[in-house]
Design a protein around this ligand. Sequence first.
Ligand code: SF4
Length: 475
Amino acid sequence: MEAISRHPYAEFLRIEMMPNIWCSGCRIGRIKNAFIEAVQHLGYDPDKCTVVSGIGCSSRIAGYLNLDSIHATHGRAIPTALGVKLAKPHLKVTVMGGDGDILGIGGNHFLALGRHGHDINVFCMNNYGYSMTGFQHGPTTPLGARTITTSGGSPYAPVNPVAVALAAGYTFVARSTSSHPYHLLDCMISAMKNAGPSFVEILIPCMLFERRNKIKSLEGLFLEKAIIKETLNEKDIEQTDFTKEISLGIFRDAPIGQRPQLSLVKSAKKGAAKKYHIDFESRASDIEYMQIRMEGTGGQGIVQGGKTMINAAMNMDPNLNSTMTKRYGPEMKGGSCLTDVLLSAQPIDYPFVEVPDLLLMMSDIVAKERGGEIIVNKNGTIVADESMVDLSLLEKVPSTVKVFKLPATRIARENFRVVVANNVMMGFVCKVTSIIDKNCIRAAILKSAPPGTEEMNLAAFDKGYEFGESCNRDS
Ligand code: SF4
């Protein structure tokens, strides 16, 4: 332990986690060190760097680095990293993991990150199989290679990580190996500088692969066959045949802005916020614990309504804890659907609403599926769309429950389009309950409204709000 504390990277390591679990002679440690060097070289504050990994030998890196890290579930490193990046855009977020985790179990997330263009680095250590569990065949296992699940030799053509990353739209794509530490460091630094999705494939030798395939030294093969190139072309993408040369280098380093970036989309919305006079200041809310449920029929914007409420609550009080869950019946328009939103001053340990304090009924399908029972807190509030709800159901709720009725769907149909009835409901709820500030909800609606529909969605909200004003006057 004392020797570890004298290690030049000791401050970047969780010494209490040592010794590591890697096989003696495994090269994953080199990659961990290269990452630390890249962070130091770029002068990044370690407190602003986050590493996320899934499951596997190389995914253990996240646990050994002394910075904020998440050891996520198998294949889910990229969506977890995405959550971190969206919540804290100022953080430098890196995913580190193996070929099985990133390209196998997490393959679809890998494609989505390239398409969506978020500024996240993916450093994928390719050891050609699932090594932590004894070396099963994985997506990059070479044709004919022996693993414990392909003892006669893999019959499948392997996935080429670089080709997939290029096709998916990663704006930086490179290949290196654990046997070329300086080249690897250069690739990592360039990837981390890129303001978009970056991918580096890092070939690493695994002893289990070597033993099973009677290869004396994969590292020796990498050193013999790999060639670092300044410029690469299509034929350099190939790498799985160890009898031929392996090209290392940068396959793509696209200028920022060549693909749509989230920040650009956001700034367009900022301009729209000015146009629609949406200006809000965050403030501490007095919400202690509130359970909100919106229920209705698929196609009525029930999930969108939940998103609007949760975004609005976060706009209003960023310190508020919140969760949103959704449940569908049959996955089709016309099926039952509900969204639960929890807002709490304390951390939330159970994300579902048990008894709503505020129940928004866009239709009565959910209540009818329960035999007409309406679940609501006895001191709670119901807002029902009288164009869509059988009002006789409301006669059964205790008299202590406040009940508001508004013809949200009729208002939307007569003035706009039926699809914005949920925002008519939002405007009404905003006025009659005052739970969330008006401009915070308008900002949330603007954020999610598809381009070109902002005006209609906000006008629907305003109409509902006006209806709430008249309702307050009348009561
Ligand atoms: S099984 Fe392979 S990849 Fe895993 S620690 Fe051992 S040598 Fe490294």
